[in-house]
Design a protein around this ligand. Structure first.
Ligand code: CP
Ligand code: NVA
Length: 309
C-alpha cells in the first residue's frame, strides 16, 4: 500500500478508519501465514532500531520476533546503554540512526520526545508507548475485538481505571472504529481533556461516542468489551499507595461482570495486578481474551512494520 510507506505510527488518531482496518486485515493475513508456517519475508535486509527507556515484555519481544519473521533484523537499544541516556539530543540520535536502520520503535515517557524523534528522523518512527498514548496495543485490541465479535461498529467498550495512555488510545482507536467508548475513572483521574475533545470529534464522524463516567457498575452495563489497566503506570510507582486508595471499587470482579453483556469479552493490555484492577477469577475466566490480545501484538505490529517500512 503506497499510501502507508514512510509514515510514522504515533497514534491511531493520525490514521483514517480505512487505514486502521487495512492494518487489521493485513495483521490477520500475516497471522494466518505465520500459523501455517508460510514464510513472508517482506522486510528482508531491513533493520528496526528499538529504543526503550521503560521496561517491556510484550513490546520488546513481539517487535523483535516480528522483524525476524518478516525476514529482517531488530536491535534492542536500552537508553541506559546508548548515548541518549547520557544526554545526547534526540534530534541527533534521530539523524544518526536514520543513516543505519530502516525504522525506529521507541518506548519512553514524554510523548513530545517521540514527536521530536519523528520530526528529525528520515525513517518511520513507531510509538511503542508513551505516557500519553499506546497505539500498537490498541491496534492489537481492535484486531482482537474483530476476531471475537466480527465487527467493531456499534459495540460498547468500557475502560475502567486510570485516565492514562491506554484510556487515551482506546478513545482514539475506538472512535475511528465506530464504537461507543466509555471511560470510567475516579473524578480526579479523568483522561486528558484535549484527547477527549479530539476523540469525540472522531467518534461523531464515525457513528460512535465517547462518554466519561465515574460509576463502574453503571459503566459496565450491557458492555461488549470490558477493558482495564494498572492504576499506577510506569513512572508512577511512587504514587501506587495513594492510587490504590483512590481506585477502590474500580476493580473488574464478579459484580462488574454481572452488569456486562453475558457474551462480553475482557481485555487487559498486561502486565496485570491481580486483586487490584482485576480479580484472578476474571482474568483466568471464560470471558477473558487477554492472551489472544497479547498474541495479536505480534501480528498487528508486523502489519505496521510491513506497511510503513
Ligand atoms: N502491553 C504492553 O505494552 O506490555 P509490555 O509493557 O510488556 O511491552
Ligand atoms: N498504563 C501502563 C500500560 C503498560 C503496557 C503503563 O504505562 O505502564
Amino acid at each position: 500500500n503506497p499510501a502507508m510507506k514512510g509514515r510514522d505510527f504515533l497514534s491511531l488518531h493520525d490514521f483514517s478508519r480505512d487505514e486502521i482496518f487495512y492494518f487489521i486485515d493485513l495483521a490477520r493475513e500475516l497471522k494466518a501465514l505465520q500459523n501455517a508456517r508460510i514464510p513472508h519475508p517482506y522486510l528482508a535486509g531491513k533493520t528496526l532500531g528499538m529504543i526503550f527507556t521503560k521496561s517491556s515484555t510484550r513490546t520488546r519481544v513481539s517487535f523483535e520476533v516480528g522483524m525476524y519473521q518478516l525476514g529482517g533484523n531488530a536491535l534492542f537499544l536500552s537508553s541506559a546503554d546508548i548515548q541518549l541516556g547520557r544526554g545526547e539530543p534526540i534530534k541527533d540520535t534521530a539523524r544518526v540512526l536514520s543513516r543505519y536502520v530502516d525504522g525506529i520503535m521507541i518506548r519512553t515517557f514524554a510523548h513530545s520526545d517521540v514527536t521530536e524523534l519523528a520530526q528529525y528522523a528520515d525513517i518511520p518512527v513507531i510509538n511503542g508507548l508513551t505516557d500519553l498514548l499506546h497505539p500498537c496495543q490498541v491496534l492489537a485490541d481492535l484486531m482482537t475485538v474483530v476476531e471475537y465479535k466480527g465487527k467493531t461498529d456499534g459495540l460498547k467498550m468500557t475502560f475502567i481505571g486510570d485516565g492514562n495512555n491506554m484510556a487515551h488510545e482506546l478513545m482514539f482507536g475506538g472512535a475511528k472504529a465506530g464504537m461507543n467508548v466509555v471511560i470510567c475513572t475516579p473524578e480526579a483521574y479523568r483522561p486528558d481533556p484535549e484527547v477527549v475533545r479530539l476523540a469525540t470529534e472522531d467518534a461523531k464522524a464515525h457513528g460512535g461516542s465517547i462518554t466519561l463516567m465515574s460509576d463502574p457498575v453503571a459503566a459496565a452495563k450491557d458492555v461488549d468489551v470490558l477493558y482495564t489497566d494498572v492504576w499506577a503506570s510506569m513512572g508512577q510507582e511512587g504514587e501506587a499507595q495513594k492510587r490504590a486508595q483512590a481506585f477502590q471499587g474500580f476493580l473488574i470482579d464478579g459484580t462488574i461482570m454481572k452488569a456486562a453483556h453475558p457474551k462480553a469479552i475482557v481485555l487487559h493490555c498486561l502486565p496485570a495486578h491481580r486483586g487490584e484492577e482485576i480479580t484472578d477469577e476474571v482474568i483466568e475466566g471464560p470471558q477473558s481474551a487477554v492472551f489472544d490480545e497479547a498474541e495479536n501484538r505480534l501480528h498487528a505490529q508486523k502489519a505496521i512494520m510491513a506497511s510503513v517500512m
